[in-house]
Write a protein that binds this ligand. Structure first.
Ligand code: KE4
Length: 431
C-alpha cells in the first residue's frame, strides 16, 4: 500500500507516543499489511486522508455512521447542544428522551442506562446478571467480541482474533475460569454446559448475529434454543447488539428474529458517532442498578453526555422515518449480489454473506457457521485484496473478521463504483 508521505510521517510520530500509533488495535492494519492512512475529514460516504486521497468508506467508524460522515442533521444537533455546554454531570431531559426512544424501538428494553462505550455496556450487563442471580459463571461464544472487559477476552473476535491472540495476557486465572467459551451456533453445547454447571451460570452473552468474525448469521433455531435453555436454567440471556442494534432492523436482531433477551447491549449507531452506548432490558433487573434495589454498581463521569445524546437521538429519529431500512437492505443486497457476480466472473468460490445492513466476503469456499469455519479463510489473500482496494479508493474494514458497514448515503453510483473496483482488487490479489 503506497501511503502518502504525510500519513507516513504522521504514523511514525504517532507510534512514538501511542502504542501501535493507534487508539484501537484494529486501526493499525496489522492484519492486512501496510500502514494506515491518517484521515483528515469525512463527508457522506467518503473519507479523505491527509495526503488528499479520497476513499469510499465501508468502515464508517465501525458501524455508528449509518447516515455517513458529518450528516447535516447530526452536526446541527451536536452544534446546538455544544453551544449550551458540553457536560453537566447532572440529569438532562434529553437523556430521558433518548432512553424513551430506545425503549420504543427495541422490543425487550423497558429501562436502560447510558454509558460511554460498548465495552462498558457489556461489562455492566454481565455484572448486573451476576448481581441479580448471585452466580459467577458466564457463557460466551468463540469469535464473538464484547469489548475488552476481562471476562470477554477468552476466544474473542474482532481485533483479538485479528491479531491471532484470542486470549489476552493480563486476565486473572480466576476471571478466565468463570468464562465458558462455546462454539457459535451450537445450542447443544450450551445445554451440556448448563448440565455441567447447574445453578452456576449467571448469564449467556451472545452476538445474535456474529459480527466480529466477519458476518456469521444465527442458524435457524439457535437463538430460540438459547432463549429456552436460559429461561429453564434461571440464566440471564444477554444480546450484545452493539453491531446489530438499529442495523439489521429498527429493533435490532431481537426484532428481526423474534427472540427477546433479558438484557440488551447497544452501542455504535445509538451514539451517532460520539462516545455513547447503553445496556437495558427487563425492569425487574434494571431496577437493581445503583442507586436502586441491590445497588449493583455502574457509574460514569460522561455517561449520557449531552453531545453524544444529541447525536444519538437525532440518528434514531432519522432511522424512524419511513423507508429507511428498505433502502439500507437494498444497498447491502446490491453490494452482496455484485460481489457474488464478480466472484463468478473470476471463477472464485468464496462466500458472501449479507444480513440487514451488513455484508462480508470470506476468502473461503466453506459454509460459514462458527469461528472454526471462519478460520479457513485465507487472511493473506484478504490482505492483498484489501490493499488493492485501498489503492483504488475503497476503504474496507482492515480485517477478514469484520463486516462492511454501508451507510444510507452510499449512493447507487458509490455502490457500482465499489463493485468495479472490487473486481479489479480481486484480480490484483490473485496476481
Ligand atoms: P466499544 O467498546 O468498541 O464501543 O464496543 C465493544 C463492542 C461490543 N460488542 C460488539 C458486538 C462489538 O462489535 C464491539 C466493538 N466492535 C469493534 C469492531 N467490530 C470496534 C472496533 C475497534 O475495536 O476498534
Amino acid at each position: 500500500m503506497r501511503l502518502g508521505q504525510n500519513s507516513t510521517r504522521a504514523f511514525a510520530e504517532a507510534q512514538h507516543y501511542i502504542p501501535g500509533g493507534v487508539n484501537s488495535p484494529a486501526r493499525a492494519f496489522g492484519a492486512v499489511g501496510g500502514d494506515p492512512p491518517f484521515i483528515d475529514y469525512g463527508q457522506g460516504s467518503r473519507i479523505f486522508d491527509i495526503d488528499g486521497n479520497e476513499y469510499i468508506d465501508y468502515v464508517c467508524s465501525w458501524g455508528p455512521l449509518i447516515f455517513g460522515h458529518a450528516h447535516p442533521r447530526v452536526v446541527d444537533a451536536v452544534s446546538r447542544a455544544c453551544s449550551r455546554g458540553t457536560s453537566f454531570g447532572a440529569p438532562t431531559t434529553l437523556e430521558t428522551a433518548l432512553a424513551r426512544q430506545v425503549a420504543d424501538m427495541v422490543p425487550s428494553v423497558e429501562m436502560l442506562r447510558l454509558v460511554s462505550s460498548g465495552t462498558e455496556a457489556t461489562m455492566s450487563a454481565v455484572r448486573l446478571a451476576r448481581g441479580v442471580t448471585g452466580r459467577d459463571k458466564i457463557v460466551k461464544f468463540e469469535g464473538c467480541w464484547h469489548g475488552h472487559g476481562d471476562s470477554f477476552l477468552i476466544k474473542a473476535g474482532s481485533s483479538a482474533l485479528t491479531l491471532g491472540a484470542p486470549d489476552s495476557p493480563g486476565i486473572p486465572a480466576g476471571v478466565a475460569a468463570d468464562t465458558i467459551a462455546l462454539p457459535y451456533n451450537d445450542a447443544d453445547a450450551l445445554e451440556q454446559a448448563i448440565r455441567q454447571h447447574p445453578d452456576q451460570i449467571a448469564a449467556v452473552i451472545v452476538e445474535p448475529v456474529g459480527g466480529n468474525m466477519g458476518l456469521v448469521p444465527p442458524r435457524p433455531g439457535f437463538l430460540e434454543r438459547l432463549r429456552q435453555l436460559t429461561r429453564a436454567a434461571g440464566t440471564i440471556l444477554i444480546f450484545d447488539e452493539v453491531i446489530t442494534g438499529f442495523r439489521v432492523a429498527p429493533g435490532g436482531a431481537q426484532e428481526r428474529f423474534g427472540v427477546l433477551p433479558d438484557l440488551t447491549c447497544l452501542g455504535k449507531i445509538v451514539g451517532g458517532g460520539l462516545p455513547l452506548a447503553a445496556y437495558g432490558g427487563r425492569r425487574e433487573y434494571m431496577e437493581h442498578v445503583s442507586p436502586c434495589g441491590r445497588r449493583i454498581s455502574q457509574a460514569g463521569t460522561l455517561s449520557g453526555n449531552p453531545l453524544a445524546v444529541a447525536a444519538g437521538l437525532e440518528q434514531l429519529r432519522m432511522l424512524s422515518e419511513p423507508g429507511v431500512y428498505d433502502r439500507l437492505e437494498a444497498i447491502a443486497t446490491r453490494l452482496a449480489e455484485g460481489m457474488r457476480a464478480n466472484l463468478s466472473t473470476l471463477c472464485l468460490d468464496y462466500r458472501v454473506y449479507q444480513l440487514g445492513g451488513l455484508v462480508c466476503l470470506f476468502f473461503t469456499g466453506q459454509e460459514i457457521v462458527d469461528h472454526a469455519s471462519v478460520s479457513t479463510a485465507d487472511t493473506e489473500l484478504f490482505g492483498r485484496y484489501f490493499r488493492a482496494a485501498l489503492e483504488r479508493g475503497i476503504y474496507l474494514p482492515p480485517s477478514q473478521y469484520e463486516c462492511l458497514f454501508p451507510s444510507l448515503v452510499h449512493s447507487d453510483e458509490d455502490v457500482e463504483r465499489t463493485l468495479e473496483i472490487q473486481l479489479d482488487a480481486l484480480r490484483a490479489a490473485h496476481g
